[in-house]
Design a protein around this ligand. Sequence first.
Ligand code: NAG
Ligand code: NAG
Ligand code: NAG
Length: 264
Amino acid sequence: MPKRMLLSFLVIFLLLHSSHAKCRPRQLPNPADKHIFILAGQSNMSGRGGVRNGTWNGYIPLASHPSPAILRLSAALQWEEAREPLHADIDINKTCGVGPGMAFAGGISDNIGLVPCAIGGTKIMQWQRGGPLYSNMVGRAREGLKEGGAITALLWYQGESDTITAEEADAYKANMEKFIKDVRLDLGMPLLPVIQVALASGEGPYIETVREAQMSIALPNVVWVDAKGLPLNEDNLHLTTGAQAQLGRMLARAFLTHFPIPRF
Ligand SMILES: *[C@@H]1O[C@H](CO)[C@@H](O)[C@H](O)[C@H]1NC(C)=O
Ligand SMILES: *[C@@H]1O[C@H](CO)[C@@H](O)[C@H](O)[C@H]1NC(C)=O
Ligand SMILES: *[C@@H]1O[C@H](CO)[C@@H](O)[C@H](O)[C@H]1NC(C)=O
């Protein structure tokens, strides 16, 4: 009797062991359980870290490494394992490098679905409802929901292109508030969390006007993190790879501090 029992144990052990070994390689998270984050704005959100003279150096810092728990909605609307450059097939007219998205996702220990939508050089007026950037973003977010999950927040890094004229800078606050209200309405999420990055500099002289607008958005569940002091590429125009990794972690901390992560 004990001999037979021992044999059964051995058989069971071998079965378990072999099936375990077979299933082991990379298990993508259940799409129904993912927290979906929209990434939108202009070049710094898209990511230019490590780009010099139109070529990306390929370096990915530890904080931005891929993980099977982090997915990305491709331009072809497929969920796939995410990796930098997250916007390579989205912001297609520019060379993309490292942005804040992967480091953000890595800073939140949960299944994440990133929906990259940022396009370099865009102004807030181009993101208003009715325009192609807006429609594309909302359409991608909705498409991302088809296999389940929940839209959890919008990460927004934009405004540099609105620092050039006083008119545009002065209108930034009202335009940003309208944009947020429209997105919330169209996604049916009146309190959708929004995390903005407050500009450290811009393309024009009205940086402070835009920064003040960002910091005083009069809507609930809208917060900001400050990019001031983060190092720039030699182009003096974009955050470095290291700065992007740091910014991603700042965004994750801000999210976890201000918004409890919804449970499924
Ligand atoms: C980029 O181009 C400039 C001007 O053509 C050149 O001086 C510089 O060495 C280049 N940098 C790299 C990293 O290739
Ligand atoms: C890329 O450039 C083309 C031609 O100028 C333009 O039609 C298109 O909208 C641009 N796409 C993006 C994503 O910037
Ligand atoms: C990128 O972000 C940095 C830091 O906020 C800012 O100084 C720079 O102007 C931005 N560049 C562009 C092109 O938006």
